[in-house]
Ligand binder design. Structure first.
Ligand SMILES: Cc1cc2nc3c(=O)[nH]c(=O)nc-3n(C[C@H](O)[C@H](O)[C@H](O)COP(=O)(O)OP(=O)(O)OC[C@H]3O[C@@H](n4cnc5c(N)ncnc54)[C@H](O)[C@@H]3O)c2cc1C
Length: 457
C-alpha cells in the first residue's frame, strides 16, 4: 500500500539548471517535506562549454561528464530515461526509460530543465550530413571523424579525395562554433607532423556565419581580435554566408562556392527541447513562457528554466528581454527556482530572478583566447587564464576539477596522440542521430496516453 503523502517534486533534465535545482532542494528541504525525483537519460551532468576541447582531444570525454552519484548525501531518486510528454491537466510526466519502457510519473511540482537542441533549418541534406556539437557522443564522434579524415587522406592516392578529406566546414560564428573551429584547427595543425605524406597546405578550415560579425556579444574591438587570431591561423572566415545544400562529399555555400568536404559541423544556434511543445502552452521562439519567478503564469506547480524557458531578463530593464541561453544563467536559475519551489511548498512568496550578465570567455586553444569578464576586454594569456579559471571553478565536483586540470597539464606537456578510437560505427552518424528529436509525443498523444493508462488502472 502506498502510504507516501509527501509532495512529489519532479525535475526533468540533469544539466546546469536541473542539477543545481536538485542539489539545492536536497540541501534546503528536510526528507519529510518532499520527495525529489530527477529524470535524466544520462548518469552525468555535461559541462557543455568544454565540449570543443573534448572534440580536439585536450580533454577526455569523462572529464567533463560530472557524476550525479558522487556523494552519499544525495537522496534524489533518479529515473534513467527521457521525458517525452507532460500532461499539465492530470499532472503526469510520460517518460521513455533507457530500456524503451514508457512509464507515467505523477507529480505535484514539476521543474522543466531539458535544455535545448541544435537549431536546424530546411536546408537540403543538412540533418543527414552535418554533425552538431551539443552532446558528449557528438564531440567524441567528431574527433574520431576528423582524425579518420587525416588517416584516409594520408592513405589515398587520389588527389581529389585527399583534397576533400582535408577541408572542414564549421557553420555558426557564436562562441560554440568559433571555439569548435579554433580547437579542431589546432588538432589538424598539430597532427600534420605525424603524417609526413600529407601536404599541410591542403588542410583548410572554413568558419561561416550568416551574420555580419563573429560573436557580436564581444563588441567591435574584441570581436575583431578573435577574427584576427583565427585568420592568422589559416581559418577562412566568411560572413553573411550560409549553406545552400549539403551532400556527403561537398557543401554548397549561399554565395555559390562549392567546397569539397566530408566534414560539416553545424553550430548555428539552439532551440528549446521538443519536450516544451508537448505541454501545449505558450512559447516564445520555442521556449516556454514563464513569469519572472519561473513558474508557468497562473500555475503554481509548473516551473521552467535554462535554455528551455523564456525567463524574463529583469536586469536588462527592458520588458521584452529574455535571458540568453547560457550556462551562466542556467545554473543561477537552478538555485533560484529551487528556492521558489520551496517557498510555494511552504506557502511563502516567490522571488523574481534577476542576474546581471558577468560577460563571456572564449577559449581558442593554446594561449589564444578573448574574454570580457565584467566588461573588461582581455586577449591572449590573461584572457586564457580567465577562461580556464572560470570553467575550472564552475565544475561541480573536486574530482571533475582534478580530471580537467590533469588533462590540461598533460596536454600542454605531452600534446596529442591523435588516436582514432574506432568506436565510430561503419554507418556514419550525423545530427539527426544524436539528439533523439523524434522521440517526443504531440500534446494530443500525451493526453491520449495518460487517459488510456488511467482507464486501465
Ligand atoms: C559548445 C558549447 C559551448 C558553450 N559555451 C558556453 C560558455 O562558454 N558559457 C556559457 O555560459 N554557456 C555556454 N554554452 C551554453 C550552455 O552550455 C547552455 O546554455 C547550458 O548548458 C544550458 O543549461 P540547461 O540546464 O538549460 O541545459 P543543459 O545543460 O543542456 O541540460 C539539459 C539536460 O537535460 C537533459 N535532457 C534533454 N532532454 C531531456 C528529456 N526529454 N528528458 C530528460 N532529460 C532531458 C539533457 O541530457 C541534459 O542533461 C555552450 C554550449 C555549447 C553547446
Amino acid at each position: 500500500m502506498n502510504t507516501v503523502t509527501r509532495p512529489r517534486i519532479l525535475v526533468v533534465g540533469a544539466g546546469f539548471a536541473g542539477v543545481e535545482c536538485v542539489r539545492r532542494l536536497e540541501r534546503k528541504l528536510s526528507p519529510d517535506e518532499a520527495d525529489v525525483t530527477l529524470v535524466t537519460p544520462f548518469a552525468y551532468q555535461l559541462y557543455l562549454p568544454l565540449l570543443p576541447q573534448v572534440a580536439s582531444g585536450v580533454l577526455t570525454p569523462q572529464s567533463i561528464a560530472v557524476s550525479l552519484r558522487r556523494s552519499k548525501k544525495y537522496r534524489t531518486r533518479i529515473i534513467p530515461g527521457g521525458a517525452i510528454g507532460v500532461d499539465l491537466k492530470s499532472k503526469v510526466c510520460v517518460i521513455r526509460t533507457i530500456t524503451d519502457q514508457i512509464v507515467n510519473e505523477p507529480y505535484d511540482y514539476i521543474v522543466l530543465a531539458p535544455g535545448s537542441i541544435t537549431r536546424t533549418f530546411d536546408i537540403p541534406g543538412l540533418t543527414e550530413h552535418a554533425f552538431g556539437m551539443k552532446t558528449l557522443a557528438e564531440a567524441a564522434y567528431v574527433r574520431d571523424h576528423v582524425i579518420s579524415q587525416l588517416d584516409l587522406a594520408d592513405a589515398s592516392q587520389d588527389p581529389a579525395e585527399r583534397a576533400s578529406r582535408l577541408q572542414f566546414v564549421v557553420v555558426g560564428g557564436g562562441y560554440a562554433g568559433t571555439e569548435t573551429a579554433a580547437c579542431l584547427q589546432r588538432l589538424t595543425h598539430a597532427a600534420v607532423k605525424r603524417y609526413p605524406r600529407l601536404d599541410p597546405g591542403l588542410i583548410k578550415w572554413h568558419l561561416i556565419d550568416i551574420a555580419p560579425k563573429l560573436m557580436p556579444e564581444l563588441g567591435e574591438k574584441l570581436g575583431s581580435s578573435a577574427q584576427e587570431i583565427l585568420r592568422r591561423r589559416g581559418i577562412e572566415i566568411s560572413l553573411g554566408v550560409s549553406i545552400a545544400k549539403a551532400g556527403p562529399e561537398e557543401v554548397t555555400f549561399t554565395d555559390g562556392r562549392v567546397i569539397p568536404t566530408r566534414t560539416l559541423i553545424w553550430t548555428a544556434g539552439v532551440v528549446a527541447s521538443p519536450l516544451i511543445a508537448t505541454l501545449g502552452a505558450e512559447t516564445v521562439k520555442g521556449r516556454l513562457v514563464v513569469a519572472p519567478e519561473m513558474n508557468l503564469p497562473g500555475d503554481d506547480g509548473v516551473f521552467a528554466l535554462g535554455d528551455s524557458a523564456a525567463v524574463p531578463d529583469l536586469a536588462k530593464g527592458d520588458d521584452s528581454a529574455m535571458c540568453p541561453p547560457t550556462a551562466q544563467h542556467a545554473l543561477r536559475q537552478g538555485k533560484h527556482v529551487a528556492d521558489n519551489v520551496i517557498a510555494t511548498l511552504r506557502g511563502q512568496a516567490r522571488k523574481p530572478y534577476v542576474h546581471k550578465d558577468l560577460g563571456l570567455v572564449v577559449d581558442l586553444g593554446g594561449t589564444d583566447a578573448v574574454s570580457k569578464p565584467l566588461g573588461i576586454e582581455l586577449r591572449g594569456l590573461p584572457a586564457q587564464a580567465v577562461a580556464r579559471g572560470y570553467h575550472w571553478s564552475a565544475l561541480r565536483t573536486n574530482v571533475a576539477k582534478t580530471r580537467v586540470m590533469t588533462n590540461w597539464l598533460l596536454n600542454a606537456v605531452a600534446g596529442d596522440d591523435f588516436v582514432r578510437t574506432g568506436f565510430q560505427a561503419r554507418k556514419a552518424a550525423r545530427l539527426k542521430d544524436f539528439e533523439y528529436t523524434d522521440a517526443y509525443l504531440t500534446p494530443e498523444q500525451v493526453r491520449a496516453h495518460v487517459e488510456g493508462t488511467a482507464r486501465q488502472e
